[in-house]
Design a protein. Structure first.
Length: 64
C-alpha cells in the first residue's frame, strides 16, 4: 500500500493529523474559489472546506 493511500485510509478513519494533511494541501484552492465578486467570502470558504472534508471521507481510489 502506498504512503498516500495509507494516509487517505487513516484520514477516512478519523485520524485528525492525516485529514489535516489533505486539507492543507487543498487549502490554497479553497481560498482561490472563495473569491466572489472580487472579495473573499468566508461563508463560501467554510462551505468548500466542509465539502472537501466530506469528499476525502468518501473518496475511493480505483488504482492507487
Amino acid at each position: 500500500m502506498a504512503d498516500l493511500e495509507r494516509a487517505l485510509r487513516k484520514a477516512q478513519a478519523g485520524d485528525k493529523e492525516n485529514l489535516e494533511y489533505f486539507y492543507f494541501k487543498f487549502e490554497p484552492l479553497l481560498y482561490k474559489h472563495s473569491i466572489v465578486n472580487g472579495r473573499f467570502d468566508e461563508d463560501c470558504f467554510n462551505e468548500l472546506s466542509l465539502a472537501l472534508i466530506k469528499a476525502i471521507k468518501r473518496f475511493e481510489p480505483k488504482n492507487f
